[in-house]
Design a protein. Sequence first.
Length: 282
Amino acid sequence: MQRYHTGKVIAIAFVLWGGVMLGTAGVHNFAALGALRFWLGIFEAAMAPGFTMITSRFYTQTEQPLRFSLWTLANTIFPIPFLVIFFGLGQLSHHPLDPWRWIFILLGAVTVVIGVVVWIFLPSSPADAWWLTPAQREYNTIRVARSQTGVRYVHVWSLCGMRLSPRDAVFRRYQAFEALTDVKVILYVFSSSANQVPHAMLIPRACALLVFQQSGVSLQTNFSGLIIKGFGFSGLKSLLLQIPGWAVASICVVCTGYSVTHFSSLRHAKTVSAEGCRRVVA
């Protein structure tokens, strides 16, 4: 993404992601489903780093948390209308095509359309932001560069006389080594990796909360429909009963981003994640 236009890379990933979902609607065995799920994860993996890079190129460190929360909001607010749509598709009991196949067709088509829109409108940095004037592009690039985030190199003079040279784009091994040996990075990677562990198992209480808290959250996320169904509700009604949790999550995401942005004391403190807030309320 640093070598090519980040917005275009994200758009291609979106289209391919949607294509895989469309293909999933036609699977008839576990082998095909597993293969498509593998590629689905590959193309999905481009989203978070891509949006993170673009956000860091437009905003300073203190401005980023709220912006991160806004694009993360898609993970919590989009399930609300789609769960209602899935409930409707579930009524197609006499249609020759299974309801779950219609769900993948719908999601795949919407994702492909989003990819086309992203290709047309999403910039990679302020330098190619179509809604900014040349002066605004220069000012925003220098403003972010002074925060030491989001800029590889630019050939512009700032109002204060600062100049960024192409040397800023040089790969430095000691910086990579420093990142790989940073305790915070290691813990974050470990926690994120634990989030992807198959969740069809119980986590013993003796396991460290820091490492496995994400796995516990994902366990409830992935099987929330089954959990609700276990209380006596039908499969379709369990879809609708997940909506309040996602609504609370959407509110918590924005509130968390706003709080970290506007209250400096929270920026370096360990705070409760928005997803965690949703689990507590749920």
